[in-house]
Design a protein around this ligand. Structure first.
Ligand SMILES: Cc1cc2nc3c(=O)[nH]c(=O)nc-3n(C[C@H](O)[C@H](O)[C@H](O)COP(=O)(O)OP(=O)(O)OC[C@H]3O[C@@H](n4cnc5c(N)ncnc54)[C@H](O)[C@@H]3O)c2cc1C
Length: 485
């Protein structure tokens, strides 16, 4: 019997767990270690943050689902990986620490034959002074953050109903943050909610981000087919913001947030401030801080993880200038180069570099939208890693039949811009591939047949349907595996 140990039960890890168990059956063990008792469908946190969904609608408890599937669940956080075992145990293991009330702080060593690290990001609010929901800005990155943000948003609405003006600042809270799409979506939803309440005339909505230009989205922008024309995402995003009354500041690194005031530096090296009544700013992401030790108990963290804390996989990490970046730099099987039974998928793997051209301010401050790793690629990676491992276990080979490079797969991003059957709208963007491949597609970097952008109601319905479809799938209800990633 082999044991597959999965760290993290988010979009990538949960997909991997269900796929591995389905393939491996009762003969082998699948163990999931994750600190949160709930699964959360993160994309719908946007709607929690504007009061259109409750937290209960975007989460469900994992334990019953895992019990039914025959997956062992440990509500704990992984602390360190020991890929060679140690002096007292020759078998590889992960040290975990329980987080539930009864077992809090207790440690356990969980042995494995195959390890999947799907621990996602650490929301690195500390990288920017004063940033975050415990300090001076809001977040929609988790369901509890989004819930708290909605409470604060209502206070702004109440002030506006009494005739007060309010400034909403939405975007990224660090020069190296990612996830611009989520912040973009949140700004549009705020504009929509203000208009619905007939309060828009009292609002100023400002987008601030580290993108070199609007519509970069951390993927170096894109050319999309829109209404039969090729449009840069810069124009696509600008026209949406114009329609929704959102102004923008780009090429900026937020460096400090005080109550009602943020400090930022722009590409010109100017140090500026911006006051706000409400700020929702996405933090920089880093790895969750896992350590690694060899059998002599020497710290090998720097060998296994990149400096940003994400796990190294089969990418080309050789430092090289932007002009020499290639699609082939990107990993396709997510296997650690040192330990072949160790994989990292979703946000947990270390990308070889950003997708957007790296920029620095005149003072040397890095201001670059880092590579997005959205839900669709994250779950596709989880699935292929699980399938490869399952096949290796069953056949005794070391083959990787399934591959999913971000430079070879597409992604769909549906940016909702309002809620409701008759009034909701969304900007739907599909890109293929996520990472430009200038050798294969020399004109546009991507295949324009599958790289499209449209604004309309159908996108909203699709996003709304996706919420229910993916929650159904994540709950592993009958025939769940027929729903694509
Ligand atoms: C507000 C918002 C909206 C978004 N909207 C979209 C969208 O519309 N479409 C889209 O495609 N993508 C969207 N994304 C991105 C998408 O949510 C991510 O791509 C996806 O969640 C990444 O999956 P993951 O499994 O890598 O990480 P996560 O989903 O973050 O899961 C990580 C898991 O690891 C667990 N964990 C953390 N530390 C440890 C530890 N030490 N040990 C064990 N487990 C640990 C966590 O509890 C969690 O269960 C959005 C993101 C945000 C923040």
């Amino acid at each position: 019997m082999a044991r597959v140990l999965i760290l993290g039960a988010g979009i990538s890890g949960h997909t991997a767990a269900l796929a591995a168990k389905r393939k491996l059956g009762k003969q082998h063990e699948v163990v999931v270690v994750s600190p949160n008792s709930n699964y959360q469908w993160v994309p719908s946190n946007i709607w929690v943050g504007v009061g259109r969904m409750t937290t209960k609608q975007v989460i469900f408890p994992l334990a019953p689902v895992y019990k039914k599937q025959g997956i062992i669940f440990k509500q704990a956080k992984a602390v360190s990986i020991h890929p060679e075992g140690d002096a007292s145990n020759p078998k590889q293991f992960v040290k975990i620490q329980y987080v539930t009330d009864i077992m809090k702080g207790q440690e356990e060593s969980v042995e494995y034959d195959y390890l999947i690290n799907a621990t996602g990001p650490k929301l690195n609010f500390e990288a920017t002074e004063g940033l975050g929901p415990d300090l001076n800005s809001h977040s929609v990155c988790t369901y509890d953050h989004a819930d708290k943000t909605w409470e604060e948003l209502q206070k702004c609405f109440a002030k506006m109903e009494k005739g007060e003006t309010q400034r909403f600042v939405i975007g990224t809270g660090n020069g190296m943050a990612t996830c611009q799409g989520a912040a973009f979506e949140y700004s549009l939803n705020i504009a929509f909610e203000l208009e619905r309440r007939k309060l828009l005339h009292l609002a100023e909505i400002i987008w601030i981000s580290n993108e070199y230009e609007l519509g970069d989205f951390g993927m170096g922008g894109a050319y999309v087919k829109q209404g039969g024309y090729v449009t840069p995402t810069k124009i696509f995003a600008e026209s949406i913001f114009k329609e929704y009354g959102v102004n923008w500041i780009v090429g900026s690194a937020v460096q400090k947030v005080e109550p009602g005031l943020l400090h930022y530096e722009n590409i010109e090296g100017e140090k500026l401030t911006l006051s706000f009544d409400f700020a929702m700013l996405i933090p920089a992401f880093s790895g969750v801080g896992l350590k690694a030790y060899n059998k002599e108990n020497e710290d090998i963290t720097a060998q296994i993880f990149a400096s940003n804390g994400f796990m190294k996989v089969d990418a080309d990490y050789t430092p090289k200038p932007y002009e020499q970046w290639r699609a082939s730099d990107w990993p396709s099987i997510y296997q650690n180069p040192t330990y072949e039974n160790m994989y990292a998928c979703g946000i947990a793997f270390a990308p070889p570099h950003t997708i957007s051209k790296p920029m620095i301010s005149k003072n040397g401050t890095p201001i670059t939208a880092t590579a997005p790793r959205t839900g669709m690629p994250s779950s596709v990676m989880g699935k292929i890693v699980a399938e490869n491992i399952a096949e290796q276990i069953k056949t005794g080979t070391k083959e990787h039949k399934h591959r999913a490079s971000m430079a070879g797969m597409g992604a769909a991003c549906v940016i909702s811009a309002g809620y409701g059957f008759a009034r909701g709208k969304a900007a739907t963007m599909t890109v293929f591939p996520v990472v430009q491949d200038w050798e294969k597609y020399p004109k546009w970097g991507r295949n324009l047949k599958y790289t499209v952008g449209e604004m309309g109601r159908a996108g909203h319905w699709f996003k709304w349907a996706m919420h229910y479809m993916f929650m159904y799938k994540a709950k592993a209800k009958p025939l769940w595996w027929l729903i694509p990633e």
